[in-house]
Design a protein around this ligand. Structure first.
Ligand code: ADP
Ligand code: MG
Length: 594
């Protein structure tokens, strides 16, 4: 007797469904992509219970004849490629011809379609892969597909579904990306009878982004453009003030297809963080156009990953495009300097300096005769070879208390480092890290209640579903830390108060950074959240690298640093001081043995 047999089609479809149809969002993805391929300019998606009980995708595209509709539900039936060579140049989103039969094999499936000119359309009903009805029916122009009770006949799969909220969140996020990739299509998503997003479909990417992410986002968008031979990039990236806590606000589109790419994400991070050293991600809508034959989209059944023939070329193009967009025009980007130059940053630096002076404003302080600025040019003193730096580091690690006599400033290098001495040792102090430590300790001492300031103009801010959840769950804690927030709409909050030490002009940037640091922690405890908020606050309020300090200001900073419990590291764990003892100096100058 023979044990080997060929599987029947229904079984094959169910197996394929395992790859293509992972969850409601993947069904939506396939159906909407089909609608786009069918040249629709209006696509409406409706879901109930996260898509598990009901999903509907309606389009006004070209529709199908009865003959085509019957074929479409067969495995490997597609109108999009004819032979394997066509894979070299796939211009449509679909091409495998397995979505419809796979979806129909694990749900109650209903397809209605009508072509222009036809009086009647076609309706097909399939339950768990078995066609129960095919017939003529009155239908709207285009195609409507309903998928009910997903995985009703595969209970094991059903168990793997997340909560309805998570599933609808994914669908929401995905439709957002699709809408961004097609500003010329009007998208609408209805979730549990409520409209959750709608785009105008007038072909304007900026307008589309605003309709999706809130009108205020519009002001923070910088246009992005780049062209090099056969590569073209365009889209929008947000200003540093509109930093987001996760990459879910980033959409990459290659030749019209939404993709995930570690290389692209990394290139954006690198470019952005070269200019703005902080955590979080910019909002970005990035279109890339390149010869179809240099990419391979047939890597994965869900078609979300893409292989590039020359990944480093993409990387460089994205890096350059983002850098050019974010960098002020005409500036030859010097790392870190950008931050010190923007106007609003200047205000906050001044505010930070006031902090330095025990409540008195340094700016108004009768300054002692300023010592002649000893501005050492970068590179004229090579203080340490690699090896000696290591030994210096080990001294730093000992966490010894600074000598009480205190460090005396000698000068400032690169407007960033304070050079100091205390008689027998030489110190290099990172002014930003040092001030961060000082402020962090001061805020921590204010225990549970950080004083807050009312914002004159309340800010209405839009967040992602996930961010909103974090805020919702921690409203009280955030209030104790100086943030007055209240819900003002779906995924929207009104920001009314921020900690007193942060300039109000940076309130939005600030709350977004706090969220970014909160999101990095997985299920953070109250103590961790507090730590994250305090560290961000300290970082925001601290003087920046690139800011010129006068002698008195350096003196105050060093004194205050000396009074903290852990002067040698900033709240993020980076060193604040590098010390060269007289022994070490002697070693470096090969004086030992004399
Ligand atoms: P693929 O998209 O990979 O070709 P599908 O199983 O998703 O495979 O769809 C099979 C075929 O059905 C498509 O090639 C297309 O011809 C037709 N089709 C599917 N959805 C639509 C739609 N919304 N409008 C018009 N034709 C459609
Ligand atoms: Mg398809």
């Amino acid at each position: 007797m023979s044990f080997v047999h060929v599987l029947d089609d229904n079984t094959i479809n169910k197996i394929a469904a395992g790859e293509v149809v992972e969850r409601p969002a993947s069904v939506i993805k396939e159906l909407v992509e089909n609608a786009i391929d069918a040249k629709a300019d209006r696509i409406e998606v409706e879901i109930m219970a996260g898509g598990t009980s009901f999903m509907r995708v309606s389009d006004n595209g070209i529709g199908m004849s009865r003959e085509d509709a019957e074929k479409a539900i067969l495995r490997h039936a597609t109108s999009k490629i004819v032979q394997v060579d066509d894979l070299q140049a796939i211009a449509t989103l679909g091409f495998r011809g397995e979505a419809l039969p796979s979806i129909a094999s694990v749900s109650r499936f209903n397809l209605q379609t009508r072509q222009a000119g036809a009086e009647l359309g076609t309706e097909i009903k399939i339950t768990g892969g078995k066609t129960t009805e095919i017939g003529a029916a009155g239908c709207n122009l285009g195609t409507t597909i309903r998928v009910e009770d997903l995985f009703f006949n595969t209970p094991a799969r059903k168990k793997f579904l997340k909560t309805n909220n998570t599933e609808s969140g994914r669908i929401n996020e995905f439709i957002i990306k699709l809408a961004i990739s097609h500003p010329e299509i009007a998208f609408k998503l209805i979730n549990n009878n409520k409209s959750s997003l709608a785009t105008p479909g007038r072909g304007d990417l900026k307008e589309t982004l605003q309709s999706l992410y809130g009108a205020s986002v519009g002001q923070s968008l910088l246009p992005l453009e780049f062209e090099d031979e056969d590569i073209k990039l365009w889209g929008f990236v947000s200003k540093p003030s509109a930093i987001r806590s996760s990459r879910s606000w980033q959409t990459f589109i290659v030749n019209g297809r939404i993709i995930a790419s570690r290389a692209i994400a990394k290139a954006i991070d690198n470019a952005y963080h070269a200019l703005i050293p902080k955590s979080g991600y910019p909002l970005i809508a990035l279109n890339i156009e390149m010869p179809q034959h240099t990419i391979d989209v047939n890597v994965h059944p869900q078609k979300t990953e893409m292989k590039f023939e020359d990944e480093s070329r993409i990387f460089k193009a994205v890096y350059k495009a983002v850098l050019d967009a974010v960098r002020p025009k005409g500036q030859v980007g010097q790392l870190g300097q950008l931050a010190a130059q923007a106007d609003h940053v200047q205000q906050h630096v001044e505010k930070g300096l006031q902090e330095l002076n025990f409540g008195q404003s340094v700016m108004n302080f009768p300054l002692r005769e300023e010592k002649p600025a000893m501005t050492w040019q970068e590179g004229t003193i090579a203080l340490a070879q690699d090896k000696s730096v290591k030994s210096v580091q080990s001294v730093v690690d000992e966490e010894e208390k600074l000598p009480t006599a205190g460090m005396i400033p000698i000068g400032q290098v690169d407007d960033t480092y304070i050079i100091a001495q205390d008689g027998d040792s030489l110190y290099i102090v990172d002014q930003h890290a040092a001030h961060e430590r000082v402020l962090f300790d001061r805020f921590s001492a204010q225990a549970e209640h950080i004083p807050s300031q009312q914002l004159l103009v309340h800010l209405i801010l839009d967040f992602s579903t996930h961010e909103s959840q974090i805020i919702e769950e921690n409203l009280e804690l955030l209030a104790g830390l100086g943030f007055g927030l209240e819900p003002s709409g779906p995924n929207q909050f009104r920001l009314m108060e921020v900690p007193a030490d942060v300039p109000s002009s940076q309130a939005e940037e600030f709350i977004r950074e706090v969220l970014a640091s909160m999101e990095e922690l997985h299920r953070p405890t109250a103590a961790e959240l507090r730590q994250a908020v305090l560290a961000t606050t300290a970082c925001k309020a601290a003087i920046k690298a690139g800011f010129k300090l006068n002698y008195r200001q350096m003196e105050i900073l060093l004194q205050e640093l000396n009074d903290t419990a852990m002067p040698y590291t900033c709240p993020h764990g980076r060193p604040t001081i590098i010390k060269f003892s007289s022994d070490e100096l002697a070693k470096m100058f090969k004086r030992t043995g004399f």
